[in-house]
Design a protein around this ligand. Structure first.
Ligand SMILES: [Zn+2]
Ligand SMILES: [Zn+2]
Length: 285
């Protein structure tokens, strides 16, 4: 199965329409540095979508994804759910049967305030941390994240072949850390560069790299990047920072794809001194 990043931005998206800083100018001149709001799709005989950001329709057109078979929703915030209207139209007029959707009870309650007709087109299964959903091609395990009430992260696949997607999270709770220990691929919140304004509900680039290091993760993809909040940062600057990790830490871009066969295992051994030193450097960004 192939994984594709539909969007990799935080709530603001890059560039911001009201800004003309170095970051926004970089994104204007280098289209690969533009970031729509975060979601991923898992592409196989059946396609799985995680989250429905405001740019969902254009993201799916860009990636030539023509059908959605399952939707998982991490939480109800605008940047993860404002594309639900597009899925309603797709489901009612084209799919013509309810779309299987998986989310927590709190997320459903919040979404119903903005979308009162959800029940008419979603086949909702309520899930909570620890629940395992067996789909024909893949297993999806929900994990608890520190973000808003009912927010979830997801682990896709089984031992030896797993991808965790945690686009919005503060510090990882113990149970989630246990579930992620030694995971092959971690895709995680890297909203901030520099000071983290919301340390309880988001992570910064350096915090997420340190987390991956401590969990002995194979490959880390940084996603949900604001590139703007607190200290602005260009793609170029982040790429320079992560060079030292020899490919174990990757900066996700809109349209980045990978499949597990091609993912090289990274942190399989005790971190070397060089890596430890690099981690220390990364703290002072
Ligand atoms: Zn978000
Ligand atoms: Zn959020």
């Amino acid at each position: 199965m192939e994984y594709v990043f539909l969007g990799t931005g935080a709530g603001n998206g890059v560039p911001e329409f009201y800004c003309n800083c170095d970051v926004c100018r970089e994104a204007q001149s280098r289209p690969e540095c533009r970031r729509t709001r975060s979601a991923i799709a898992v592409i196989g005989d059946e396609n799985i979508l995680i989250d429905a950001p405001p740019e969902l329709s254009s993201q799916l057109i860009r990636e030539k994804i023509t059908h959605i078979d399952y939707l998982f929703i991490t939480h109800s915030h605008h940047d993860h759910s404002a594309g639900l209207g597009d899925l309603e139209i797709y489901t009612r007029f084209h799919r013509k049967e309810k779309l299987p959707v998986f989310m927590s009870r709190n997320t459903l309650v919040e979404l119903q305030k903005s979308y009162p007709s959800l029940d008419a087109w979603m086949g909702v299964t309520l899930i909570e941390p620890g629940d395992v959903t067996e789909l024909p091609d893949i297993t999806v395990t929900a994990v608890e994240v520190a973000h808003c009430s009912g927010a979830l992260g997801f682990i896709l696949g089984r031992e030896g072949n797993r991808v965790a997607y945690l686009p919005d999270t503060g510090p990882l709770i113990d149970r989630t850390q246990e579930a992620l220990l030694g995971i092959e691929t971690l895709i995680m919140d890297a909203t901030f560069w520099g000071e983290n304004w919301y340390p309880e509900s988001h992570r910064s680039v350096d915090e997420t790299i340190r987390t991956a290091q401590s969990l002995n993760v194979g490959t880390l993809y940084l996603t949900h990047l604001s590139m703007h909040y607190s200290v602005p940062v260009t793609c170029k600057e982040i790429e320079k920072l992560i060079e030292r990790y020899g490919g174990q830490v990757k900066l996700a871009y809109d349209g980045t794809r990978f499949n597990l066969e091609r993912v090289a295992r990274g942190y399989t051994q005790t971190p070397t001194l060089a890596v430890k030193r690099a981690m220390t450097d990364a703290i002072h960004i």
